[in-house]
Design a protein around this ligand. Structure first.
Ligand SMILES: C[S@@+](CC[C@H](N)C(=O)[O-])C[C@H]1O[C@@H](n2cnc3c(N)ncnc32)[C@H](O)[C@@H]1O
Length: 417
């Protein structure tokens, strides 16, 4: 199938206003614009670097209006006219550090971004919140499986929201990347609305069920009581258990979370890695793997068992890893793009493909296409300075599959009416 890159256009008659947190290079904004939403506020700040590359690309593409490049902790408040708050934020430890004190409010661990999101929600109470994260969020931390997500549900619920979540593999909905992420959609409760059964919301009538259809669930539903105070939940949730009760789909309302394992209704439209490739003639020399380095790539991608020594205790142990596809198959969707995808150094996790002209890595445009960004979206910053290929790959490793955001955005737009 010939790949056609979609551009970006602000909607003419927007359905509603969006605030985009942790904006990166604007994945949410592009997807939501395709569903009719207008982003009127955005924030992006990279703590690890002095030069703010992602913010620079964001401004180059959308302009400066409503954009802030500062730590989220410094945002005083969101504009009043926000209907939808979105963001893909880093997965961290959400434990509650101090006991809840009603006069001072909730105290989470310092520097943990969840509490900053919650602070802004508390002030502005948008009608909808749409968040994206790695699916590990449902299981972390390892000594109290699911605690962080329980804290999230509880605290957002206390702000007056019902919450749906779903683990989504983009490839199952017809996109060319097997990117697995959890989508979380919170809706501000309206009074006088008849309550539906959680099973029905998860399977059929919920925002996520309508945007990203699933097969009828067959397993049993877990009921997770989160009526305790949040500091209690933080301290005791699921202690000693080996598994998280939060499965691939769920719904939370009135202090109870309902969760069940679900399967996607597979899209009939299959787009694969081979579909997004540029012609070899356009691929710069540095992307081709030289014959004398192939051995190294093959070794890194292969199955192996390595003897390692534990730094602290000095214990010697065997570290084993399985075989990765080498080269990556053009007839399948790609693996997840990671932030380290760029650069010529051989790596187990970078993609290597084979075309009739040899082995090569993926170009920045191909990585953008795997996420559904317009071609060359991340080429330059707002001063016109070129962004390095490694940085461009880093942005795509951080970003998301835009087509999925568009699908959820369309259902949210119907809900707003
Ligand atoms: C997972 S990425 C989101 C990428 C985005 N959805 C996109 O489409 O490009 C998280 C972003 O949050 C930013 N970030 C991290 N800490 C931050 C903070 N304290 N304040 C604001 N932004 C922050 C990172 O620089 C990164 O761009």
């Amino acid at each position: 199938m010939a790949y056609k890159s979609k551009g970006f256009k602000e909607p003419v008659n927007p359905v509603g206003n969006v605030a985009e947190l942790f904006a990166g290079v604007g994945g949410f904004r592009i997807g939501l614009a395709r569903a009719g939403w207008k982003t009127v506020f955005s924030n992006q700040w990279e703590p690890a670097t002095k030069v703010q590359h992602a913010s620079g690309v964001y401004v180059a593409r959308f302009g400066e209006d409503g954009h802030t490049n500062e730590d989220i902790a410094k945002i005083k408040s969101l504009p009043r006219n926000i209907d939808l708050l979105v963001g893909g934020f880093p997965c961290q430890d959400y434990s509650v550090a101090k006991t809840l004190n009603s006069s001072k409010g909730l105290k989470g661990k310092k520097g943990v971004l969840w509490w900053e999101i919650l602070r802004l929600v508390h002030q502005q109470k948008p009608k909808f919140i749409f968040l994206e994260n790695v699916d590990r969020l449902l299981k972390s931390p390892s000594n109290q499986r699911g605690r962080d997500f329980a804290v999230m549900l509880k605290t957002l619920g206390d702000e007056g929201y019902t919450i749906e979540w779903r683990v989504v593999n983009a490839a199952e909905y017809g996109f060319p990347q097997r990117r697995i992420r959890v989508f979380i959609v919170a809706t501000k409760k309206k009074s006088g609305v008849k309550k539906s059964k959680p099973e029905l919301i998860i399977g059929k009538t919920g925002i996520l069920a309508r945007a990203l259809p699933i097969e009828k669930p067959t397993g049993t539903i877990n009921e997770i009581d989160l009526k305790d105070e949040v500091d209690e939940i933080s301290l005791r949730f699921n202690k000693g258990a080996s598994k998280s009760p939060f499965l691939s789909s769920g719904y939370f309302a009135d202090g109870i979370a309902y969760s069940i394992k679900t399967e996607a209704k597979l899209s009939t439209n299959k787009v694969v890695l081979g579909d997004v490739l540029e012609p070899d003639s356009k691929v710069p020399d540095s992307y081709w793997v030289e014959e004398n380095r192939l051995k190294e790539w093959k070794y890194l991608k292969g199955a192996k068992s390595i003897e390692r020594t534990h730094k602290g205790s000095g214990t010697v142990y065997n570290y084993a890893e399985g075989k990765m596809a080498f080269p990556d198959l053009l007839t399948n969707p790609s693996r997840t793009i990671l932030t380290g995808e760029g650069g010529t150094t051989p790596s187990r996790f970078k993609h290597i493909i084979k075309t009739k002209n040899g082995y090569r890595r993926l170009t920045p445009i191909e990585l953008e296409r795997l996420n559904g960004f317009p071609d060359n979206w991340t080429q330059a910053d707002s001063s016109g300075k070129s962004i390095t290929d490694a940085k461009r790959a880093f942005f795509m490793g951080n970003a998301l599959v835009i087509g999925l955001i568009e699908k959820v955005g369309k259902v949210l737009a119907l809900e707003l009416k």
